[in-house]
Design a protein around this ligand. Structure first.
Ligand SMILES: [Zn+2]
Ligand SMILES: [Zn+2]
Length: 254
């Protein structure tokens, strides 16, 4: 299995790409940059896993479904926590800001189908990977995920402030290959990170102490682009060479 970065930035400005990851050929995690995928890759998408409903993570869901609805023969499945899906339905795909594609009939039924994630339970996805959603400390119905294949496993925090459950769940994983962790702010803005339910390098260090798997590499994402250099310096101070910043095109195999 592979996790491929389509976008990894924690906000939008020239040259940045909001969070979207491909989990194998047919699953997307978040849709901040989904429209930057080729038409073929968009058409191959069967399932979108939403970590939460903040705009930087759902922004291009509307354009993704617009592009593929009339070209394909099956509904696009969109999964998120109950709170996340309620926000998307009420405030975005609501026939006001954008069409409600779950109410648009095609020859194969609705163009889009929502389904709710079940916390703490493994679900089997296409391509030989399982996913487990876990609540994290963030608004808009925030969830992180554990992923496992027959070769390894990955912890994916989504957006979160200091949290507990995902590290407890991750402690039971065999062959933990990678920790994909959000780091939004530099240590100088630790209080801003805490107030907005995000992490700084120092706060991530506290999270890693909860997990206690010091041998596993950390792949950092969701940096505010204008703080990238400062965050990178702070990460090096806390973790030495253990952390790598994720950029568009990077691919983790597990
Ligand atoms: Zn968020
Ligand atoms: Zn975000």
């Amino acid at each position: 299995m592979f996790l491929e970065v389509v976008g990894s930035d924690g906000s939008k400005q020239a040259g940045s790409n909001l969070v979207t990851m491909r989990l194998g050929r047919s699953v997307l995690i978040d849709t901040g940059s989904a429209s930057s995928l080729t038409n073929t890759d968009q058409m191959d998408t069967e399932l979108v896993l939403l970590t939460h409903a903040h705009l930087d993570h759902v922004l291009e869901l509307g354009f993704l479904i617009d592009a593929i609805a009339s070209q394909r023969g099956t509904p696009l499945r969109v999964m998120g926590s109950p709170a996340c899906l309620a926000i998307v339905k009420t405030h975005y795909m609501n026939d006001l800001i954008w069409p409600d594609f779950s109410g648009i009939s095609t020859v194969y039924g609705p163009a889009l189908e929502y389904s709710e994630l079940v916390d703490g339970e493994w679900m089997e996805l296409a391509g030989g990977v399982d996913a487990m959603p876990v609540p994290v400390n963030h608004g808009a119905g925030g969830r992180g995920f554990l992923f496992r294949s027959d070769r390894g496993s990955v912890v994916y925090t989504g957006d979160t402030g200091p949290t507990e459950d995902i590290w407890k769940a991750a402690a039971g994983l065999d062959n933990l290959t990678a920790i994909v962790a959000e780091v939004s702010f530099p240590d100088r803005l630790r209080n801003v990170a805490l107030a907005s339910d995000h992490l700084s390098p120092g706060l991530l260090s506290d999270e890693m102490a909860k997990l206690g798997r010091d041998e596993v590499p950390i792949y950092a994402f969701h940096l505010k682009p204008w703080f990238r250099h400062e965050i990178e310096r702070d990460l090096a101070r806390s973790f030495g060479e253990r952390t790598v910043l994720l950029f568009r095109g990077d691919r983790l195999e597990f």
